[in-house]
Design a protein around this ligand. Structure first.
Ligand SMILES: *Cc1c(COP(=O)(O)O)cnc(C)c1O
Length: 401
């Protein structure tokens, strides 16, 4: 049997647009006509395959993008959403009702953390945050009300690795749904193949890759995706986090080059990580042997896509971090901006930005220090040239000799 390769699966899809276009036609409509009233009724009941009802439910352009992302993750189906948070919140509200609880990695995206910590308790849903790299701690946190085990494959911003196969074993044993946010590692890791039940992405990042829109996707079984879209009780239908059709069409076109981009992001990030480490900096990158999860991650990835485009360095203090980021931006080495997966390098200090939802005391506990800079390494053509220029900035600020 052919080995699972996410990019080949995307390539093997074939679409034709109206009039023989090489891209699928965009459906620029919010509502759809029916030839018979009976078909309209059946569509509401969810029984009319291939019929469209109303674009909050589904639309051809959104289904094309969903199909490509399901092929990428190896799931039966997928539902695209207006943002990554639209995907995460819909999944959690679909799977958990008042009285249920969640076990979550303590190092997750700041918005996800805030939703679980501050928003869900108002609906009677509680979350225990655990060290996801410690399976005993995960299992010990499970109670009779637990419904979901939640993690990121590569965590934001500490780049910890979740051992998805082990977590899937724990989830199965206790009848929990394992939900994995794979935003940092598209193509590199295929969580569904490793036993996850639901895979989520923020399309805003690597998958779209051009920092011009937000978007999200939920990948899972046909049954789960149908449940999410159900007109009577589906979170994706009733909360309305619907992606616009025009945007779905543009993201699908960007998805075509994802495999090339990911390889270049990974190549560039590994080069910088290795050189920064040789310079004596504290570097965290899953591709370095010094990374705590390196060996595990090496066994998890589809190797041709590498270890990803994210790395962190610790320059000691927030002031130094800010000075360095401002200087690098001044020299046009990247932008001082949140988000990731752009052609240009993006850097930010997570403690005071993307993870600022996490209280200072908890940041300290999880190892999120003030001087930490998160880099999303760009598609630079000559990474050695970039390295010399970054090194020069660090030397001028006394960060390295
Ligand atoms: C950005 C991000 C999200 C949220 O996605 P949006 O598209 O901004 O709503 C969720 N998880 C991770 C890991 C992210 O990086």
């Amino acid at each position: 049997m052919k080995e699972f390769n996410p990019a080949d699966n995307i390539q093997d899809l074939q679409y034709f647009g109206e009039f023989g276009g090489v891209n699928p036609s965009i459906s620029d409509s919010s509502t759809y006509t029916f030839l018979s009233a009976k078909t309209m009724f059946d569509t509401f009941e969810g029984n009319a395959e291939g019929c469209y009802l109303y674009s909050r439910h589904s639309s051809p352009s959104n289904l094309y993008l969903g199909q490509a992302l399901a092929a990428m993750e190896g799931t039966e189906a997928a539902n695209v959403t207006a943002s990554g948070m639209g995907a995460i919140t819909s999944v959690l509200l679909q799977l958990c009702k008042g009285g249920d609880s969640i076990i979550s990695s303590r190092t997750v995206y700041g918005g996800t953390y805030a939703f679980m910590k501050n928003f869900l308790p108002g609906f009677g849903i509680s979350t225990s945050f655990v060290d996801i790299t410690n399976p005993e701690a995960v299992e010990a946190a499970i109670t009779p009300t637990s419904k979901v085990l939640y993690c990121e494959t590569v965590s934001n911003p500490l780049l910890e690795i979740a051992d998805i196969e082990t977590l899937a074993g724990i989830a199965k044993k206790h009848n929990l749904a394992l939900v994995v946010d794979n935003t940092f590692s598209p193509l590199s890791v295929s969580p569904y193949k490793l036993g996850a039940d639901v895979v989520i992405h923020s399309l805003t990042k690597f998958i779209n890759g051009s920092s011009d829109t937000v978007g999200g996707v939920i990948c899972g079984t046909q049954q789960f995706i149908d449940d999410l879209r159900n007109v009577n009780a589906g979170a994706a239908m009733l909360l309305g986090p619907t992606m616009d059709s025009l945007r779905a069409a543009s993201i699908l076109k960007n998805l075509r080059t994802l495999h090339i981009r990911i390889k270049q992001h990974s190549y560039n990030a590994l080069h910088l990580a290795q050189h920064f480490e040789q310079d004596g900096l504290t570097v965290v990158y899953p591709g370095l042997e010094s990374h705590r999860g390196h060996n595990k991650y090496k066994g998890m990835i589809n190797p041709e896509y590498g270890f990803g485009g994210l790395l962190t360095i610790d320059v000691g203090s927030l002031d130094k971090a800010n000075e360095l980021m401002e200087l690098m931006q001044h020299r046009n080495l990247g932008y001082l901006a949140v988000s990731l997966g752009f052609y240009k390098t993006l850097f930010s200090a997570p403690g005071s930005s993307t993870s600022s939802e996490i209280p200072a005391e908890e940041q300290k506990q999880m190892g999120l220090s003030d001087g930490l800079i998160r880099f999303s390494i760009g598609l630079d053509n000559d990474i050695e040239r970039t390295y010399s220029m970054m090194r020069q900035c660090m030397a001028e600020l006394g960060i390295i000799k």
